[in-house]
Design a protein around this ligand. Structure first.
Ligand code: NAD
Length: 362
């Protein structure tokens, strides 16, 4: 049975980096016998230009029918002045919502070769590999009631932090499943000393732990977790947390790595189907110049192989190939520092060449 992947390149550097992802997919097909079908469509500004909407009907149908979605990036100055419901980013929010993606996976990976790019001391971050699982569709960003009310000078702004047991259990299972595929250590981050909603969070996570005896579950308050992330980030394997805490902690963890062009992400539904995309945006300042780092989208593809397509050995191969290419000293401009830089396609082709070498050894 072959896997169906929907490829949505999007805008800006999206099409450039996606070309490299497709080269890698072709290599996995030819050299490793990976059975895959690829279909492409438009999203974001590209969707607006063709169909007048950021999420065309055909794109949504394609994404719904696929086993997984690989997305480049959306947005750019051309569409910035459109009314909010027509902005390219609405395409992204729309597809996440339509696919019911409630579990957001943001790894912070720092290849030892790039440890100098971090603002922390190299020995604290070299080889960092942690995963933050953020609840994406509930919590204070969506809770009702919300609003601003009252007379000027005496107004109140308010939001509601609410989680139901089923929402906590759903994200908890997603995180335990991920921990099972990694180092089997899960840290649940809450503020259970102050917030009732996260007292319930802690209770439900603890009860769930009984279903996953192989996973070592711990709990941490969010203020301590923020401190530990910059003090000793390598102590973590998987962190699971609420929408707002995850929003903040995942950006903090991402910056530990110091290189936005390297970071992948995934958003999963209950069945493990997912949308995979780099953390970075469409980088209009460098689009069309062959300067973009394609490794974030290649590492997003590796996540897709591992978490949605049940192809962990291929994910290992791809991640290993990226490591070897970095070992060889190849760098795109964003990670080159003062050194010499290669282009987007040179980096992509180097990964493909390394994958071919690895295939001969399998
Ligand atoms: P950005 O991530 O696009 O760029 C920030 C900086 O990082 C820029 O200097 C850019 O050149 C650099 N950069 C980003 N990706 C890179 C890569 N792969 N290789 C090398 N350098 C890279 O963020 P921004 O400039 O704030 O936003 C630009 C556009 O992207 C906006 O329209 C924004 O709304 C959109 N955006 C989209 C997404 C998404 O599609 N998921 C995420 C963030 C921003």
């Amino acid at each position: 049975m072959s896997c169906k992947i929907a490829v949505l390149a999007g805008d800006g550097i999206g099409p450039e980096i996606m070309l490299e992802a497709e080269r890698v997919l072709a290599c996995l097909q030819q050299a490793f016998g990976f059975a895959v079908e690829i279909e492409r469509d438009l999203i974001g500004g590209a969707g607006l230009d063709r169909d007048g909407v950021p999420l065309p009907e055909s794109t949504l149908r394609l994404a719904q029918a696929a086993d997984a979605v690989l997305l480049g990036a959306v947005g750019g100055p051309k569409w910035e002045l459109l009314e909010p419901r027509l902005r390219p980013e609405q395409g992204l929010l729309g597809i996440r919502q339509a696919l019911g993606l409630f579990s957001n996976l943001r790894p912070a990976i720092l290849f030892p070769q790039l440890a100098d790019a971090s603002s922390l001391k190299p020995e604290l971050v070299a080889g960092l590999d942690l995963m933050i699982v953020r609840e994406l569709t509930g919590g204070i960003y969506f809770g009702e009631p919300r609003g601003i009310e009252g007379e000027t000078g005496a107004r109140r702004g308010f939001n509601t932090l609410v989680y139901s047991e089923s929402e906590i259990e759903r994200i908890g299972r997603s995180a335990f499943d991920i921990a099972m595929r990694r180092g089997r250590r899960l840290c649940s981050v809450d503020k259970a000393n102050v917030l009732e909603s996260t007292m319930l969070w802690r209770e439900v996570m603890t009860a769930l732990g009984a279903d996953y005896p192989e996973v070592e579950l711990s709990h941490m308050y969010v203020d301590n977790a923020a401190m530990q992330l910059v003090r000793a980030p390598k102590q973590f394997d998987v962190i699971v947390t609420t929408n707002m805490f995850g929003d903040i902690l995942s950006d903090c963890a991402a910056m530990l790595t110091g290189s936005i062009g390297m970071l992948p992400s995934a958003s999963l539904d209950r069945a493990g189907k997912g949308l995979y995309e780099p953390v970075h945006g469409s980088a209009p300042d460098i689009a069309g110049q062959g300067l973009a780092n394609p490794l974030a989208v290649l590492l997003s593809l590796a996540m897709m192989l591992r978490y949605s397509l049940d192809q962990a050995p291929l994910a290992d191969q791809l991640e290993a190939a990226v490591g070897v290419v970095l070992d060889s000293g190849l760098r795109t401009a964003d990670i080159a520092g003062q050194g010499e830089a290669v282009s987007t396609s040179e980096m992509g082709q180097a990964v493909v060449a390394q994958l071919r070498r690895q295939a001969e050894q399998v």
